[in-house]
Design a binder for this molecule. Sequence first.
Ligand code: C2E
Ligand code: MG
Ligand code: MG
Length: 595
Amino acid sequence: MSTRRSTSSGQNAPSDGQGLERQLRLARARNHTLQLRLRAVADNLGHGLSLYDRHGHLVVCNQQFLDIYRLPPELGKAGTSFRRILEARVRNNTHVGTDGPGYVEGRVAAVREHRPMGGIHRLNSGQVISMTHQPMADGGWVSTHRDVTELFNMQAELTHLAYHDPLTGLPNRTLFYQRIAHAFDSLGETGGFAVLCLDLDGFKPINDLHGHATGDALLRQFASRLTRALGAGDTAARMGGDEFAILHGGDEESALDLAHRLAEICQQPFDFDGEVVSIAVGIGIAHAPVDGADTDALLHSADLALYSAKRGGRGGIRAYAPDLDSEAADRRRLEAELRRAIENGEFELYYQPILDLRGGSFAGFEALIRWEHPERGRVSPAEFIPVAEESGLIVMIGEWALREAFAEAARWPAELRVAVNVSTIQLRRGNLVATVMNALAQSGLAPCRAEIEITESVFLEQSEQSLEALRQLRALGVRIALDDFGTGFSALSYLLAFPFDKLKIDGSFVRALETSDGAATIVSAVADIGSRLGMSTTAEGIETPEQLRAVHAAGYAEAQGYLISRPLTRKSIRAMLHAHYDTMPEAPVSEREAS
Ligand code: C2E
Ligand code: MG
Ligand code: MG
């Protein structure tokens, strides 16, 4: 131990010239070793490194540093000036945004003045370099250069994902809200802008019927049609599901123009490997700042307008107006009252006789719901059924109606049928087949005495599931009637798509009989179609003897209307049946009091 110490102290204390020379050699060798070690460390750092002295001369750099900036090996030698390296870097890689002649001078001055210089640089190669700059006590500096391209791209992708819908690539709700907020901020310059809310009609059935792959492809195609139709400053976003929205920099007129253009574009059928599907789009428009002073208020107005557009039928366009607010409030109130009405049993079924035109007696009765509102009195089904459908409450109400009507009909003479109106929503959301089966079982009514009335809207849904439910009901022996025929789209293909037992031509044609030749033609054509397809026919809304004669002459099997009888309470029906049929059982005392 002590020997070694003395050797080492001998080295540190040169005593003669020869010793000095040896010292120098040793120092150089050590310096060289140090350089090599430094270089070895630097090369294994995993990122580029360059070390400069206080004169701006390179002390050491590593291979990665040279690689990143594609510098030739000779520039990596100790003593190369920072300026030369910088010039070569700019020449080779041209940092994005460093084209100006002042760039090199600026950097050289910056290191001279010990200003911090780290940051992210993008090279023209696409690489992204994260650079640190660390001044050292002796006036030199060390800088590291890390290739963060992958990280950077990942970050960018994450940011993109956070603000875009992965399916369509459109901005998502979050980004859309930001854009609207920005548009509000710029109101001073623009004066106003519009928001359009879009909702595809009949998308869900396409998804159900053609599969999710087709549904997704449809949304993508729809999104690209949208994008192509927009102006430069406009933003289209996917808000979720089949809901889209557009931010449009324009006045009322140009927004309405855009809406019509979009509606037209969407009407062109979509083609998926030969599978052609068509959709319509409902559009609601709101303008800032008049229809909403902030993002939420504006979107709410556009939503109300959309809602109103959709209520008007397929592919509607509607701009917001203040009366939509009170309509929405009315609807909400009505919905709350409907819930209460279900609990309190405020509904009652009336029964309208249906006349058998061949035999001259009653064929049966159509059950029509009535709501006795505690304050408002009687509310028409035309008013509350749509609200019950939108809220889904129709499922419960409809179930009640089926049970009630079947139980009542079970008391009637066996040749009389009961017809119950069923909403498409019940087919879609409720389990109609099970509900009907339960109601039949509970009441003991023979299935052939039960008739379900549905409207053409069941076909608008294009839902195979709904048609299948109807097929099952028919297989049980329940009759299926197509109600209000002629008021919807009345495609004759509907009649081929499902074997209805009965067609009910809408009362509006019967009412127009006297005034319109066209109506007379339609009335008799429907009777013909029915007889050719083996479907029974009923004429609704008969109010005059002339109308009754006309539909009779046209060949209708049944007639229904105020002329024959208005809808009656079950009590009146029972009394009437009791008078006509000796076999009609008397209602039990408790029930008689109840009704
Ligand atoms: P709908 O099924 O077409 O029923 C015929 C409507 O015409 C009934 O209106 C009936 O009272 C009325 N009506 C009958 N004869 C005449 C006539 O000679 N002249 C005129 N002007 N009208 C006549 P109501 O009871 O107001 O029902 C309206 C609609 O509400 C029904 O049309 C039906 O679609 C729906 N609805 C009624 N009850 C129910 C139900 O229990 N469930 C469902 N889902 N819908 C129902
Ligand atoms: Mg009906
Ligand atoms: Mg009808």
